[in-house]
Design a protein around this ligand. Structure first.
Ligand code: CAA
Ligand code: FAD
Length: 387
């Protein structure tokens, strides 16, 4: 008897091989340049679309590949192993569209999911604001009803892939007297009058993924673009993160795997004191610890993905919130440690841009911050455990 709770199936193994082949051939060779130029990798985006790896989670009924949560994790992991910036394409397409999959009307899904599945549009997620990051419910962006329309005003901050995405899930206050229960979610289009973008943030890592403000000035949109019912937007936003923090865990795993693989190759080649540095126990123990931390985080992430899949199919999964936060927290902390150790194992060379591990170390840092900082993940986990 087998218990296939989160053990990858044969299809998952084949998918990993296919994504790795594409990543090795088309993504890895451009990763340093994408980082250096700080430009969105449009050529790589086309390659991802051609292979149908750009938004794999979209169900077949909306023209997508219909990949399950574990398959989506595997795609993001393998892309991130080559280039963390590029891995935000499938990850943020998922983040932007899960609110629709969870809560939107069929009309809204049919209108907005197929273009993303076809690779004609990307979808971003706009929750954070300049004064409302961890305390997301304290947002100020307003959406006021005006006949059959809503008029949106406010500034969303730190929006990944802003400017390159056509569509945005935007959370805004519809009833200021109701706190978190007065927040609603909407689809905003880049082409809507009154939408503009701030300057690209100058970042430590993931430099090929633009991060910009989304500025909303009297943006008048039809009321049917509300996702779900009035006042349910904050719950939809948090329920979405229950699924997508797992994709950030996947990104962290991929970055860490890339750094570990590179370090293993390097220590077997580099000679000091007349032998390969891989022969020193001090180096061996570091490699063993790196792999151990990575595999532990991977198992937690795959378990979380299995729970996410069950929840997407409509099952009640009360510990999804815990598992998703735990996976994101464990994988991102592991990625920071592993990439830092990879730089250490390359010595002075690791500290230069001639080798990829310094980029991986810079890219790893964001995974401890976005989709909720790791302090917030610990707070979420503790609330689940103590309630
Ligand atoms: N699913 C559904 N509903 C949930 C929920 C969940 N997981 N967690 C809480 N809720 C509900 C609560 O039941 C409550 O509703 P009721 O009042 O009807 O009972 C409501 O949401 C408010 O919950 P809380 O009182 O717990 O809210 P809070 O304000 O105290 O704290 C928080 C919430 C966990 C701190 C939340 O604000 C949070 O996660 N903050 C971090 C912000 C974040 O993760 N931002 C990510 C931005 S996206 C990003 O960064 C993108 C990227 O990387 C690419
Ligand atoms: P703050 O909330 O100001 O936190 C500052 C520090 O205080 C942190 O260390 C935090 O952990 C700590 N802290 C705060 N509250 C507590 C507490 N209660 N207990 C303990 N410690 C606490 N947002 C989106 O909506 N969409 C996106 O696409 C998106 N992409 C991003 C991309 C990048 C590159 C970055 C940098 C951010 C992105 N974000 C996005 C925003 C991201 O989710 C927030 O930056 C994050 O949630 C933290 O908010 P903050 O930056 O305002 O920090």
């Amino acid at each position: 008897m087998s218990f296939p709770l989160y053990a990858p199936a044969e299809e998952h193994r084949m998918l990993r091989e296919a994504v790795r082949a594409l990543a090795d051939e088309k993504i890895a060779p451009r990763a340093a340049e994408t980082d250096e130029n700080e430009e969105f990798p449009w050529e790589v985006y086309k390659d991802l679309v051609a292979a149908d790896f750009h938004a794999v989670h979209i169900p077949e009924e909306y023209g997508g590949a219909g990949a399950d949560a574990l398959a989506t994790v595997i795609v993001i992991e393998e892309v991130a192993r080559a280039c963390a910036s590029t891995s935000l394409i499938p990850a943020v397409n998922k983040l932007g569209t899960v609110p629709l999959l969870l809560s939107a009307s069929e009309e809204l899904r049919r209108r907005y999911l197929p273009p993303v599945a076809r690779g004609e549009a990307m979808f971003s997620y706009a929750l954070s604001e300049p004064e409302a990051g961890s305390d997301a419910a304290s947002m100020k962006t307003r959406a006021e009803r005006d006949g059959d329309h809503y008029v949106l005003n406010g500034t969303k901050m730190w929006i990944t892939n802003a400017g390159v995405s056509e569509y945005y899930t935007v959370m805004a206050v519809t009833d200021p007297s109701a706190g978190a229960r007065g927040i609603s979610a909407f689809v905003v289009e880049k082409s809507d009058e009154g939408v503009s973008f701030g300057a690209k943030e100058k970042k430590l890592g993931i430099k090929g993924s633009p991060t910009r403000q989304v500025i909303l000035e009297n943006v008048r949109i039809p009321a049917w673009r509300m996702i779900g019912e009035p006042g349910t937007g904050f719950k939809t936003a948090l329920a979405t993160l229950d699924h997508t923090r797992i994709t950030i865990a996947a990104q962290a795993l991929g970055i860490a795997q890339g750094a570990l693989d590179y370090a293993i190759g390097y220590v077997k080649e580099r000679k000091q004191f007349g032998k390969a540095i891989a022969e020193f126990q001090g180096v061996q123990f570091m490699i063993a610890d790196m792999a151990m931390k990575l595999e532990a985080a991977r198992q937690l992430t795959y378990a979380a993905a299995a729970k996410s899949e069950l929840a997407m199919k409509g099952e009640h999964v009360p510990d999804l919130t815990f598992f998703s936060s735990a996976a994101k927290c464990a994988a991102s902390d592991a990625a920071m440690e592993i990439t830092t150790d990879a730089v250490q194992l390359l010595g002075g060379y690791g500290y230069t841009r001639d080798y990829p591990v310094e980029r991986m170390m810079r890219d790893a840092k964001i995974t401890q911050i976005y989709e909720g900082t790791n302090q917030i993940q610990r707070m979420v986990m503790a609330r689940q455990l103590l309630k």
